[in-house]
Design a binder for this molecule. Structure first.
Ligand code: PLP
Length: 409
């Protein structure tokens, strides 16, 4: 395994990118699906913004250093990474806030239809936000329907206003067909909102080509924008005249005219609600430069090769028999992680972390091994497998210290 890993790493065209990140040398980091590693340029950029722009140029920086335009500028950096032509992506807020705006907009575009269709076991915040909207608007304007992901197509009907789905499921790592499900939604007269939290930055995404209506995504995962990084939203050009409910001053056509009456801005700008967090945006702006010149098909191939190597190693070592593997073998249906379910999942994840293999745990029993193709190596796969083997052999997960779960897993 180790020799094979060395050869793979030596032949990996993306291998030099790892040196762009500041990673602890004694750890194997497999949690870029939750918090991406820190690009060195992000650190330098934040320091520069603080010490030179903020401290030195103070309020003049809004114009002088284009702070005012960062949501659009960073949105344009993200656009080619998600298959969107210019003018449709804005870097702002978080997934939850952006979903609130976009779900409300989608309902506005589908009067007479009230159902938001979701998949069971998708990321909870999507459903929570939809529930909040249903409570606010009332059930005749907005209600939720949740079905297993395999039943989404047949659940689409004349009441469905919008289908909301993650392209890659956070628990299982299963990837769904954006092309087919968007087409099915449109054939039923509904719109499609895609959550790109676990796909963008790990593989090519084809929003325009799949005719997606709206999308949201995260800055802190595969985009490496830092903890609490701003997210992004995509609004297909054909929908940009819709009203969105968070009509704050930065979405106004002329924020600094200080008019009493709200007039929505042009294009995607109206989806911005308020003052952007400049320090976080500066980190994100710099972090995305790591993607300059990276071919997304090469990135995807490496991601699949990493998860293939891990899945193959689980099989050949016999470890696979100890777990229920939730991640599909089929390449077209796989994201950039491997999820293994085990009764002792919490203890196993903690024992791995203590031995330097950083994974995470998702309730009730899932250990997630995330592979970030920008910086993970085939050697990381080999170390993860041998460490997992020793944790199981020694039953290290039974340690009494792993009896209680902390607030953040
Ligand atoms: C990480 C993640 C989120 C995070 O939501 P925020 O509002 O940005 O905190 C939402 N949805 C999915 C699918 C995620 O993976």
């Amino acid at each position: 395994m180790r020799d094979g890993a060395q050869i793979h790493d030596a032949n990996d065209r993306l291998a030099p990118l790892r040196s762009l990140f500041d990673l602890p040398p004694d750890k194997v980091y497999l949690d870029g699906i939750s918090l991406g590693a820190m690009p060195r340029v992000a650190c330098a950029a934040v320091q520069q913004v603080m010490l030179q722009q903020w401290a030195g140029d103070l309020i003049a920086s809004w114009n002088k250093h284009d702070w005012i335009d960062l949501p659009r500028i960073v949105g344009e950096q993200i656009a080619p990474l998600v298959g969107a032509a210019s003018g449709q992506v804005l870097c702002a807020d978080t997934i939850s806030v952006n979903l609130f705006k976009l779900l409300a907009s989608a309902l506005e575009l589908r009067p007479g239809r009230s159902v938001i269709l979701l998949a069971e076991n998708d990321f909870p915040t999507d459903g929570y936000i939809a529930q909040g909207l249903a409570h606010m608007l009332g059930n005749d304007r907005c209600q939720l329907r949740r079905v297993p992901a395999t039943k989404l197509e047949e659940a689409l009907d004349g009441d469905t206003a919008v289908l909301l789905l993650s392209e890659v499921n956070y628990r299982s790592g299963e990837r769904y067909s954006m092309r087919e499900l968007t087409r099915a939604a449109h054939e039923a007269g509904a719109l499609a909102i895609w959550n790109l939290a676990h796909s963008a930055g790990a593989m090519p995404v084809y929003l325009d080509a799949c005719k997606a209506d709206f999308a949201v995504g995260c800055g802190s995962k595969f985009f490496n924008g830092g903890p609490g990084a701003p997210g992004f939203l995509y609004v297909a050009e054909r929908h940009q005249n819709v009203v969105q409910p968070l009509s704050g001053w930065f979405g106004h056509r002329h924020p600094f005219s200080f008019e009493e009456r709200y007039r929505a801005g042009e294009g995607v700008q109206r989806f911005q609600a308020w003052t952007p967090p400049i320090l976080s945006m500066a980190a994100m702006h710099a972090a995305l430069r790591v993607f300059d010149g990276v071919n997304l098909d090469t990135l995807r191939s490496k991601s699949l090769a990493l998860t293939d190597a891990f899945l193959d190693g689980l099989q050949s070592s016999g470890i696979a028999a100890e777990f229920r593997c939730l991640t599909p073998r089929d390449h077209t249906r796989r994201g950039s992680q491997v999820s293994l379910a085990h009764e002792q999942g919490w203890g196993i994840s903690q024992a791995l972390i203590e031995r330097g293999v950083i994974v995470d745990f998702r309730a009730p029993d899932i250990v997630r091994f995330g592979f970030a193709p920008l910086y993970n190596r085939f050697a990381d796969v080999a170390t993860a497998l041998s460490t997992l083997q020793s944790v199981l052999d020694e039953r290290a997960y039974e340690d009494a210290r792993y009896a209680a779960c902390p607030a953040v897993t």
